[in-house]
Design a protein. Structure first.
Length: 219
């Protein structure tokens, strides 16, 4: 029987020193709740809750590794849309030696090591990295680097739409759940959400998610 494969996401907040203690705490709690929301939508994805490390760092493990890239982008979209900053994310896959669902940061094993090392070695200016062990090659690295360039350019308004669509919400649902614009005093229309998704290159992002979903499903 083959060894069970997990995915681990290890991240930290970009320019966290600019946040007040209150903002930092709110962001940490939001990361935890966002991960829980994702797990409710895609039932059984997580292997425990999201844990906070070193103040501005965080980590979460997935027992459904095919959802790793979607979750990484969802967390980035949440941070961008609600806090006006970003989070770096390193995805690593592999086996796990010790899994602690109640305190995930105490877990050990190749998947955790690979994810943590990826964050430490992330290229300057990069905010997304992936190491799929035997399933990985230079093509995957290049796809993720190009994807990172796209995601890093998402505006806060676009990230609102992206966070919704990454949870499989319809454009109508995203529009209804969006905050009221200070400029217009109204919520965005379905058409406005659709336009925002096109500008944010959602079709191309979705294709990347589906590519890695298929790749990791075969692991």
């Amino acid at each position: 029987m083959s060894e069970k494969i997990y995915a681990v996401l290890t991240g930290d907040i970009v320019q966290s020193r600019r946040l007040t203690a209150e903002q930092s705490k709110a962001l940490q709690q939001r990361l935890k709740s966002a991960a829980s929301e994702f797990d409710r939508k895609f039932s059984g994805t997580l292997a425990g809750g999201l844990g906070i490390t070193r103040g501005d760092g965080w980590q979460v493990a997935l027992q459904k590794p095919e959802q790793a890239l979607r979750l990484a982008l969802y967390l980035r979209a949440v941070v961008k849309s609600e806090f006006g900053t970003d989070t770096r994310v390193s995805i690593g896959t592999g086996s796990v030696d010790r899994l602690e669902p109640e305190n995930i940061i105490e877990s050990t094993g190749p998947a955790f090591e690979r994810s943590g090392h990826g964050l430490e070695m992330m290229r300057k200016g990069g905010r997304l990295a992936i190491d799929l062990d035997d399933a990985s090659d230079r093509r995957d690295e290049l796809i993720v680097r190009l994807l990172d360039c796209v995601v890093s350019r998402w505006t806060g308004k676009a990230a609102i739409a992206l966070a919704g669509v990454l949870l499989n919400q319809t454009q109508e649902q995203i529009a209804e759940n969006s905050p009221i614009s200070e400029r217009s005093g109204k919520k965005p229309t379905r058409q406005a959400i659709g336009d925002a998704l096109i500008r944010a290159s959602w079709p191309e992002v979705q294709a990347c998610i589906e590519f890695f979903d298929h790749l990791l499903s075969q692991a």
